[in-house]
Design a protein around this ligand. Structure first.
Ligand code: 5AD
Ligand code: SF4
Length: 447
């Protein structure tokens, strides 16, 4: 989501006369697009700002902006904690960037007049939630991808109403809002015309997406993500569809059927479970049990037997006993994942779980290591199961090594081959020769 938002900021700035450079010391303006999900991510912002301050000491006209969820959560406070910052704006307000720049220019002119110096200029802060406007500029501005890639993100939904007790998203990204189906379709058509063949639909709760205004030719008054995917699969040039991130509660029958019916819908699903103990799931306010999740996985696998599953896990949530943690390990062994993300619980200010008694840091680290051992072994064996197979790979870019091209398998694995740039943008069959822990390598079939 932040990658997508950063691209949109780039486009807004492009129209305001800016163009990208490849290093901060060559820039007139640097914007950090930040994440508040765990403490580590949020703290990184301040160390990064320390580095930028050194550049600003040399070039005092440099504009430093902080965007995203840390900006949203800290607002004005950020200006006093890091005086080097000129603009603080939340994830719903980046469309107003040209406006903010004008305001900053006025503030700098005023400071220059009053103090003979721009250093004391008032910073600009935008952290309100204009929900109804959130998607509007995305539609008004035809997308000009700054980085040309055959795989693009499209935001279809933002925010979250689930209020898991560990999570800041409902506070930083706001309430759940869906983007209109016809706008999404128009954006996908425009991307397809620019050569994009793979679309990943984005939302914090992407499968809660709905549009109450049906398409003229669809006989339904509440269209969900399954229907949207069916529609987008018909767009000329779109060969692959993905979506992320889903909540187990919102995996409805229509969406599961789409996995059975749509060849364009890739056999990969990120479906976070967080934990395997019902007691912990309840205190996380996840609204599902371990058994609900396992039954859901069975239904999804019945629809698409080869689907690769991914998940998020939190260990060391307040109240997690050894027995609760073992239930997480048991669930992982029962489901078997192709890959997964796992984290130590990080108390976030303002969230209910942060007020509970906390688990010892060493216990968290030890449990995380044990969980990751099991998850890594599952990932290695999933990748190994593909050695010798032929997979359709969409080539996206050059690899790090000379003459190496990189693409993605249907299961979202990174695949390396030796080839020239002409393969970029194409979907080609690749015979997998070697499986590694985090990627595959092989040869384009017939070459
Ligand atoms: N501590 C640790 N992990 C968290 N996540 C969200 N909030 C926290 C937190 N406070 C994880 C969840 C979520 C993923 C995006 O980040 O697993 O699914
Ligand atoms: Fe956060 Fe996801 Fe829970 Fe929403 S559903 S509160 S985004 S973890």
């Amino acid at each position: 989501m932040n990658v997508y938002d950063s691209e949109r900021m780039g486009e807004a700035l492009n129209m305001a006369g800016y163009h990208p450079v490849d290093a901060p010391d060559k820039a007139d303006m640097v914007i950090l697009n930040t994440c508040h999900i765990r403490e580590k991510a949020a703290e990184k912002v301040y160390s990064e700002l320390g580095r930028l301050k050194k550049l600003k000491d040399i070039n005092e006209d440099m504009i430093i902006g902080v965007a995203g969820c840390v900006a949203q959560a800290e607002g004005e406070e950020m200006l006093s904690r890091a005086p080097t910052v000129d603009m603080v704006f939340g994830p719903q307000t980046f469309q107003a960037l040209p406006d903010m720049l004008e305001e900053l220019a006025d503030n700098r002119a005023e400071a220059l007049e009053q103090n003979g110096h721009i250093k004391k200029a008032k910073g600009v802060v935008r952290t309100s939630f204009p929900a109804e406007e959130k998607f509007a500029p995305l539609f008004e501005t035809p997308r000009q991808p700054l980085v040309r890639s055959p795989a693009a993100f499209v935001t279809v939904q933002e925010g979250c109403d689930k209020f898991c007790t560990f999570c800041v998203v409902p506070y930083t990204r706001g309430a759940e809002v869906s983007r209109a189906a016809l706008e999404i379709e128009a954006e996908v058509i425009s991307l397809a015309q620019k050569g994009v063949s793979e679309i990943t639909l984005l939302g914090q709760n992407v499968n809660a997406w709905h549009d109450v205004d049906a398409w003229y030719d669809v006989d339904a008054d509440d269209i969900g993500l399954g229907q949207l995917l069916r529609r987008l699969a018909q767009v000329d040039g779109i060969e692959r569809l993905r979506y992320t991130t889903s909540h187990p509660r919102d995996m409805d029958d229509a969406l599961i059927e789409a996995h059975a019916d749509l060849p364009e819908l890739m056999p990969y699903l990120h479906l976070p479970v967080q934990a395997g103990s019902d007691k912990i799931l309840k205190s996380m306010n996840r609204k599902h049990t371990a058994e609900d999740y396992i039954k859901l996985v069975d239904r999804i696998r019945a629809a698409r037997p080869d689907i690769a599953l991914s998940s998020d896990f939190i260990v060391g949530f307040p109240g997690e006993t050894e027995e609760d943690f073992t239930a997480t390990l048991d669930l992982v062994k029962q489901v078997t994942y192709a890959q997964a993300y796992s984290f130590k619980y990080s108390p976030r200010p303002g969230t209910p779980a942060s007020e509970e008694a906390q688990i010892d840091e060493d216990v968290k680290s030890e449990r995380l290591a044990r969980l990751q051992d099991v998850l890594n072994a599952q990932q290695v064996s999933f990748n190994a199961s593909q050695a010798g197979e032929t997979l359709e790979v969409l080539f996206e870019k050059q690899g790090k090594k000379l003459g190496q091209m990189v693409g993605r398998s249907p299961y979202l694995q990174t695949v390396h081959v030796d080839a020239d740039e002409t393969v970029i943008g194409k979907i080609l069959p690749v015979k997998i020769e070697k499986a590694h822990a985090n990627s595959l390598s092989g040869n384009i079939f017939g070459v």
